[in-house]
Design a binder for this molecule. Structure first.
Ligand code: ZN
Length: 117
């Protein structure tokens, strides 16, 4: 226990939901998902203080919306995984040959249909 991160603002004890990172070189404050570990110039903020965030004059604020989709594999990832599994299961010599070129008509090429061979 004791790992629950709290808002870094004085006199605020709400749980932190975002991490504010000051990028001094770019005069930019980046407000993003809670960082997995504390870094210098990073401040954990609760939702309320995230909303009320103010930055020094001339600074920019970049808010990174939390992406719930990033927490679980997307459909694309699952499809890529399935394709990779199928690819690995396929014998190497079964790869389809490129269709043979039978002739040309003008700028069009006539290709043999592999299904009719
Ligand atoms: Zn707070």
């Amino acid at each position: 226990m004791g790992t629950l991160r709290k808002c870094s603002r004085t006199a605020c004890s709400r749980p932190a939901v975002t991490t504010l990172t000051y990028v001094y070189a770019d005069s930019t404050a980046v407000l993003g998902p809670l960082a997995t570990y504390a870094e210098p110039h990073c401040y954990d903020l609760c939702s309320e203080h995230s909303e009320r965030l103010t930055v020094p004059r001339g600074w920019e604020v970049i808010r990174l919306a939390p992406d719930p989709e990033s927490l679980r594999p997307s459909a694309d990832d699952l499809e890529a995984l399935a394709n990779a599994v199928r690819e690995a299961a396929r014998p190497r010599d079964a790869a389809p040959e490129p269709p043979a070129e039978l002739g040309r008509r003008g700028h069009l090429r006539v290709l043999r249909n592999p299904d009719n061979s």
